[in-house]
Write a protein that binds this ligand. Structure first.
Ligand code: FAD
Length: 285
């Protein structure tokens, strides 16, 4: 964990663009409430379709222009070409955006080809070649190994390649096993990867959603956690209280071990992120 301990500890928040106008209005309230925590930045995910991409821009614009917060748009390879990425980068530069989360994205069913950029590393290289250090580039990392990587060594190999192409720091897929992060960092160190790797933290608010989501992205919900969450059945209040404790403890343990911060997948809700972050102790470097 040594490589990570030299970085100052920060925290950031992630939102997804709502599909509807009322959803957008609700998100604005959430952004303002969570903004009181003073995060390093607020990132906004990017979907594969036209409307959701417009909503990403709308949300980014709102954060950047109507609040005191820094927005960090996600950008994916799916359906992108050099021209469309250049256009988007021009828009982001004009908005004063300083950070982009560069990803491959997942192909929607029925779509066979991601487009001109096949992997996140292609996007990272393109942005670096075109804009130099204009944007701080975040990429994704997978302590429990990306589901499409044949094994963890291959996963690390391609992660290193992405870093060599110019990634400045990384945010991990969420996980509930502290050791998966610790061993992943050790493996990164052995492979000469020396950028901040910030743990992604998923608050627990709903059993079914968590299981479905985790199956889709390859994040493991440990058996003990599954069993406990299942046992709450319709008692949502107890599930929320227990979930908050679990996530609070994991986040603090990561910070105490020297993780360079935490990135919360807020799921567009104020709680439990607000309460968890308020109770975290960050090391002042
Ligand atoms: P890559 O780094 O390109 O890796 C994808 C796979 O290809 C891996 O298995 C890797 O080992 C392999 N690989 C990489 N390079 C090569 C190569 N040159 N040759 C052969 N194999 C290679 N998805 C969205 O659609 N929108 C979002 O906004 C979004 N935000 C995310 C934010 C975070 C923090 C994380 C962790 C994930 C996010 N995702 C998002 C999901 C992400 O797009 C998926 O996990 C996707 O499957 C992989 O994206 P990546 O950028 O990690 O891909």
């Amino acid at each position: 964990m040594k490589s990570q301990q030299k970085y100052p500890q920060k925290f950031s928040l992630e939102f997804f663009p709502p599909r509807t106008e009322p959803g957008m209005e609700k998100l604005k309230t959430v952004i303002n409430e969570l903004g009181t925590l003073n995060p390093e930045y607020m990132s906004v995910t990017y979907g594969a379709g036209g409307t959701t991409q417009e909503r990403t821009l709308e949300t980014v614009r709102y954060i950047q222009e109507q609040t005191d917060q820094e927005a960090a748009p996600h950008l994916t390879c799916i359906g992108a070409c050099q021209e469309s990425v250049t256009e988007l980068l021009d828009t982001y530069e004009a908005l004063g955006i300083k950070r982009i989360v560069a990803l491959r994205g997942d192909l929607p069913s029925g779509m066979m080809d991601p487009g001109e950029f096949k992997y996140a590393s292609d996007l990272v290289k393109f942005i670096k070649d075109q804009r130099g250090d204009k944007f701080h580039l975040e990429v994704a990392a997978y302590p429990e190994t990306h589901p499409q990587a044949r094994n963890c060594d291959i996963g690390i190999k391609w992660f290193k390649h992405k870093v060599d192409q110019g990634a400045d720091s990384a945010i991990t897929q969420y996980f509930f096993n502290f050791d998966s992060y610790r061993y992943f960092i050790d493996n990164c160190e052995r492979n000469g990867i020396d950028i901040p790797i910030i743990p992604g933290i998923m608050p627990i608010t709903n059993y079914e959603n968590l299981i479905r989501f985790s199956e889709g992205c390859g994040a493991e919900v440990p058996r003990w956690l599954k069993c406990r969450l299942e046992s709450f059945e319709d008692d949502n209040e107890s599930l929320l209280a227990f979930g908050k404790d679990v996530v609070q403890e994991l986040s603090q343990k990561l910070l105490d071990a020297g993780a360079p911060g935490v990135h919360f997948y807020s799921m567009n809700s104020v709680e439990p992120t607000l309460e968890i972050v308020k109770n975290l102790t960050f090391k002042s470097n």
